[in-house]
Design a protein around this ligand. Structure first.
Ligand code: FES
Length: 208
């Protein structure tokens, strides 16, 4: 929720409560995927980047494919117009979501060289930039795990400073993760995005 909406909820709780109840009732016959696709379109119409990211990720989580999202944007052309559709696609390109590259552009995932294993901490977490993306690479007795540094909530790029021991806290809204497993341990409800990895000839590769 934006700071402005939070403010209105505080100063006008009854009016805003009725507004949120209305939204919930209004969509009660729609399945979650459709509801979130419609919300994506409303966020594009209002051009709110954070809301767009939030509902885009929800739509994907509820099973919308990248092609369905592009279709929804194009079908809304009479309301959105080309400029807002282009704005939405710019947002998508900035997010650089692997599923969009793979599904909509036909770009297959690639194995990318992350680091030499000897350069990783034996026990601990490194934040490594690789092919335009930042990764948290965690290594302990259980092995290696590779996570996207971007928060699964609204895609905030989480800095290394946000890591204390094994606890990673997103600075934007405080979702907290266990960096060993990627699990979300407080505030949120989704884990960090984990990338498949392999070690070959002493080098760590990740797939996206
Ligand atoms: S973007 Fe909201 S908690 Fe990370």
């Amino acid at each position: 929720m934006s700071g402005a909406l939070s403010y209105l909820v505080q100063v006008r709780p009854e009016a805003m409560g009725s507004y949120f109840a209305f939204l919930k009732q209004a969509g009660k016959h729609l399945d979650p995927k459709t509801r979130n696709l419609i919300s994506v379109i409303t966020k594009v119409h209002a051009q709110t980047a954070a809301g767009f990211r939030q509902y885009l990720l929800r739509a994907l989580r509820e099973g919308a494919t990248p092609d369905e999202i592009i279709d929804a944007l194009l079908m809304a052309f009479p309301a959105l117009g080309l400029a807002k559709i282009v704005w939405a696609v710019d947002q998508l390109l900035v997010l650089d979501l692997p599923e969009f590259r793979a599904a909509s552009l036909g770009v297959p995932p690639e194995w990318r060289l992350v680091a030499a294993v000897k350069d990783l901490p034996r026990r601990g977490t490194a934040r490594i930039d690789c092919d335009g993306r930042s990764l948290f690479v965690h290594r302990d007795g259980a092995g290696i795990a590779v996570f996207d540094s971007r928060c699964p909530h609204q895609v905030t790029d989480i800095p290394h400073l946000a890591l204390k021991g094994n606890v990673l806290t997103c600075p934007k809204h405080g979702w907290t993760f266990d960096i060993a497993s990627g699990a979300c341990t407080a505030k949120g409800d989704r884990p960090l995005t984990r990338f498949e990895h392999k070690v070959k000839a002493g080098k760590l590769y990740a797939l996206w």
